[in-house]
Design a binder for this molecule. Structure first.
Ligand SMILES: [Zn+2]
Length: 254
């Protein structure tokens, strides 16, 4: 039975997720253009009108205005509510696994970096250095409390090295941002986790590329956006590393 208190806690975490997601939207729309994150008010990208607090309630504002700007009536990208919902759902998933703990905070931080990287990659094709460098430093510092500094450093070295090699072999099929994001992920997952990040990202990338080829949306020369693929793999590994190791061992031993 779910108690009333549990419902309130889940609802609270969901709402915090929506609010953080709304802040991530600001980062996603500003970081690639080196705009100030804090010292300027949000504005409509179409008519440049400064938005009022009423316009900035996560999800709610979008639903009330049916996805249109209140001032110029132009439609607002559905990426905004999508980012908010994905953030909130991830926060809930992390809470289910880790309850109220340091890992809940670390998981939420990692997922925020991953969501930002994915959506700046999707919308601009870039993953900003400020994001990935921050990820490397945060992952390394926090490893002191979790996987240990050595494991974190080895994770960075493994993922950075393997994707640098992939970039050289594919002659630019992989961008510098992807490689730096991989390094940031390695800082959080450690060497053990990084091995699984590489495997899962390869599987997702392979399936995605095949689907694009079959549906003729891409040719063999099209570079696919790797940021979101790496991010999904990283989230799965960070959340379910133990289960993945067990699964891997049962396959190997059979
Ligand atoms: Zn507008």
């Amino acid at each position: 039975m779910i108690t009333l208190i549990e419902i309130i806690v889940y609802l609270g975490i969901f709402i915090i997720g929506l609010i953080i997601g709304s802040f991530l939207n600001v980062l996603i729309s500003r970081l690639p253009y080196k705009e100030s994150i804090i010292f300027s008010r949000s504005y409509c990208l179409q008519c440049k009108k400064k938005l009022k607090p009423f316009d900035l309630i996560p999800l709610v504002s979008f639903l009330i205005t049916k996805g249109r700007c209140r001032y110029c009536n132009k439609s607002i990208s559905w990426y905004y509510p999508l980012v908010e919902i994905i953030t909130a759902v991830c926060f809930i998933l992390i809470f289910v696994e880790h309850n109220l703990s340091l890992n809940l905070l670390i998981g939420c931080l990692l997922v925020s970096i991953l969501i930002c990287s994915s959506f700046t990659d999707i919308t601009t094709g870039l993953i900003p250095n400020r994001l990935t460098y921050f990820g490397v430093i945060a992952g390394l510092s926090l490893s002191y409390f979790t996987i240990g500094l050595k494991e974190s450093l080895l994770g960075i070295a493994f993922l950075f090295g393997i994707y640098l090699l992939a970039a050289i072999i594919s002659q630019g099929g992989l961008g510098g941002g992807d490689i730096k994001l991989a390094a940031a992920i390695g800082a959080f997952t450690g060497l053990k986790g990084s091995f699984f990040v590489f495997i899962i990202a390869s599987i997702i990338g392979g399936v995605w590329a095949s689907l694009l080829l079959i549906s003729k949306k891409a040719s063999l020369k099209t570079a696919i956006k790797f940021g979101p693929i790496l991010s999904i793999a990283a989230f799965i590994v960070w959340m379910y590393l133990e289960q993945l190791i067990n699964l891997y061992m049962s396959i190997i031993l059979n």
